[in-house]
Design a protein around this ligand. Structure first.
Ligand SMILES: [Zn+2]
Length: 147
């Protein structure tokens, strides 16, 4: 009676729509938590290589991260001595011809071998997505498996 744990369980129960749901939370030092809304049990997600899979549970997809061609063209502009106008034209052309990559061989934890988006870029995208979706609730895909 009157303990934080009890309070927390009843508070979680008010958020729960049905059994087997989890909530995304944030914790210290850029870590995240996945909370079992049935029991109040938390899992701490602290390895950034785990962020893409956690983000995917909450609706993220590696496809949301695409090649940053503007950055690439900027580098090329430096290397090749393009004028600002040539650079702008090159970016406009790249945008017009851009076809989003499906990243068929990666879940965000390895580089895409088709378009070259790196693991770091996927993790950065997943991290931003997690930050934007704190407090969201979804069905547990198996973090708190049935024993
Ligand atoms: Zn790709």
């Amino acid at each position: 009676m009157g303990t934080y744990e009890n309070w927390r369980k009843s508070r979680l129960a008010t958020k729960k729509v049905k059994a087997g749901q989890i909530e995304l939370g944030s914790s210290d030092f850029g870590t995240y938590t996945v909370t079992n809304l049935d029991t109040g049990e938390d899992i701490l997600i602290q390895t950034d290589f785990d962020f893409p899979s956690v983000a995917s549970v909450f609706g993220w997809s590696p496809k949301m991260v695409q090649k940053d061609f503007a950055k690439e063209i900027e580098k090329k502009a430096w290397d090749d001595g393009l004028t600002a106008e040539q650079e702008a034209n090159a970016i406009a052309e790249a945008e017009a011809n851009f076809v989003p990559c499906e990243h068929p061989n990666t879940d965000g934890t390895v580089d895409c071998n088709v378009c070259g988006v790196t693991t770091g870029e996927f993790i950065e995208g997943a991290t931003k997505y997690l930050d934007d979706h704190i407090g969201e609730i979804t069905e547990d895909p198996g973090y708190f498996g049935v024993e």
